[in-house]
Design a binder for this molecule. Structure first.
Ligand code: GDP
Ligand code: IMO
Ligand code: MG
Length: 431
């Protein structure tokens, strides 16, 4: 049975949530494998909007199981709120359909405090993080002092870890960041109360996936963020602290690479970015404003206005290589309706030389000038179309050029936020 991975090919917010919700129809299990509640994945089903931050975007499909893998960093308060919100919408949430890996690291109040205090200290040079404590939590994981979900089942271990960590964090918060120290008891009490609610959901997610694979079930792996926010391959240091690339599924969900069969790269029909960092094709003009407002480009997590620009295929081609993409899902194509001319960046010019991959040095990247191809736009409203053949010729040309430059076929075209505003050319589960 083909197992499918969905990843973002740009700087996040490509529409992964919508596509995961759509593809869940053909899956039995949906698993997150990295990131945390820095993610905001929007689903619009029957006219109602749901934003998933931690719970996989398959949750609206009753009967499908959702798993939060060990590679995810989990803020228990956010997870419990999200569970409550879904229950309020009539979605059933129970350990038969939602599991949290015992090895997932927990975001603690000191992680959020450190994230916010560091950003404040950086002033103008800030990274523009989501302030959710993501970076500091992954630091503790790598530093081997993290608190894991399994610690919620052993209060003594939990107590010792929080006490030890707080000594060091408070020293740093107070002494270096001029921030308030945090008290042990309220944190410990709060996490004990989280434990009461969450322990029934804690399980070995890798074993769960293995069992499902043996039973011939289809698994969908949901990436968060995007390839160019990857800690190794992104626009470092303006990146997140995990690996959003497809290879991270193996470590972050506990599954072997031989179990992954189809990798879908989500490509927004233009480019956006929230937070700081380089953006070669950014449009700081009326066209950028047009795309921002037609695309309602505001962050699903922080509400920040997203920066907008032309489609950058240098980035997407890097993503093809880094993720081993089998197919592309093009989203938000409807947003480009009404523009006379469209531009696609197919290469960069760096110091007079044409390059087709993003340089690692941000200084060199700053000197890169996008090489554009220009093509006619279309004026027709495409949001109501469900068949490829009915798309305007100019729209088809735009899509064809994306396939030619990337060398990867398009499997899905999204023309609106709703589940059914989609043209499926090839279902990844029908490999
Ligand atoms: P994600 O983080 O990759 O899941 O993406 P977000 O949910 O943060 O942002 C994508 C936004 O675009 C959401 O508001 C979606 O409802 C919306 N969206 C998704 N696909 C389409 C589309 O094809 N057209 C339009 N107009 N909106 C879309
Ligand atoms: P989804 O899954 C867009 C960005 C932040 C910031 C940088 C580091 O919805 O696509 P962090 O809080 O992770 O330390 O912030 O990464 N960022 C995202 N941008 N979509 C996301 O997730 C993001 N998650 C993090 O804005 O620039
Ligand atoms: Mg998002």
């Amino acid at each position: 049975m083909p197992n499918t991975v969905v990843v973002g090919t740009q700087w996040g917010d490509e529409g992964k949530g919508k596509i995961v919700d759509l593809l869940t129809a053909g899956a039995d299990l949906v698993a997150r494998f990295q990131g945390g509640n820095n993610a905001g994945h929007t689903l619009v089903v029957s006219g109602e909007q749901t934003i998933c931050h931690l719970i996989p975007s398959g949750i609206l499909h009753e009967g499908k199981k959702c798993l939060i893998g060990n590679g995810v960093v989990v803020d228990p308060a956010v997870l419990l709120d999200e569970m409550d919100d879904l229950v309020g919408k009539g979605v059933s949430i129970n350990p038969q359909r939602l599991l949290l890996s015992e090895k997932a690291h927990l975001i603690m109040p000191y992680h959020k405090a450190l994230d916010l205090a560091r950003e404040a200290a950086k002033g103008k040079a800030k990274l523009g993080t989501t302030g959710r404590g993501i970076g500091p939590c992954y630091e503790d994981k790598a530093g081997r002092v993290g608190v894991r979900a399994v610690d919620l089942t052993e209060p003594e271990a939990l107590e010792e870890k929080i006490r030890n960590n707080l000594k060091e964090k408070n020293f740093y918060l107070e002494g270096y960041l001029n921030s308030e120290p945090l008290a042990f008891q309220p944190i410990f009490d709060q996490y004990l109360s989280f434990a009461e609610k969450l322990v029934p959901f804690i399980a070995d997610v890798s074993l769960e996936i293995d069992r499902a694979i043996r039973e011939g079930k289809n698994i969908l792996f949901e990436g968060a963020q995007g390839t160019h926010l990857d800690i190794d391959h992104g626009t470092y240091p303006f990146v997140t602290s995990s690996n959003p690339v497809s290879g991270a599924v193996c470590a972050g969900a506990g599954v072997g690479p031989d179990k992954l069969h189809h990798i879908v790269g989500i490509v927004k029909a233009y480019t956006t970015r929230v937070g700081s960092g380089p953006f070669p094709t950014e449009l700081e003009d009326k066209t950028g404003d047009y795309i921002q407002s037609r695309g309602a480009e505001f962050g699903a997590t922080t509400g920040r206005r997203r920066r907008c620009g032309w489609l950058d295929l240098v980035m997407v081609c890097d993503s093809v290589r880094l993720n081993g993409l089998s197919s592309l899902a093009i989203t938000k194509l409807d947003v480009l309706t009404g523009l006379d001319r469209l531009r696609i960046c197919v290469a960069y010019e760096l110091d007079g030389r044409r390059i087709e991959s993003r340089p690692a040095s941000l200084n060199r990247l700053a000197r890169c000038v996008p090489v554009y191809e220009e093509m006619p736009g279309w004026q027709e409203d495409i949001a109501g179309l469900r068949e490829f053949d009915r798309l305007p010729g100019a729209t088809k040309n735009y899509l064809k050029r994306i396939e030619e430059v990337t060398g990867v076929p398009i499997s899905i075209i999204s023309v609106g936020p709703m589940r059914d505003q989609t043209i499926v050319l090839k279902d990844p589960f029908e490999n």
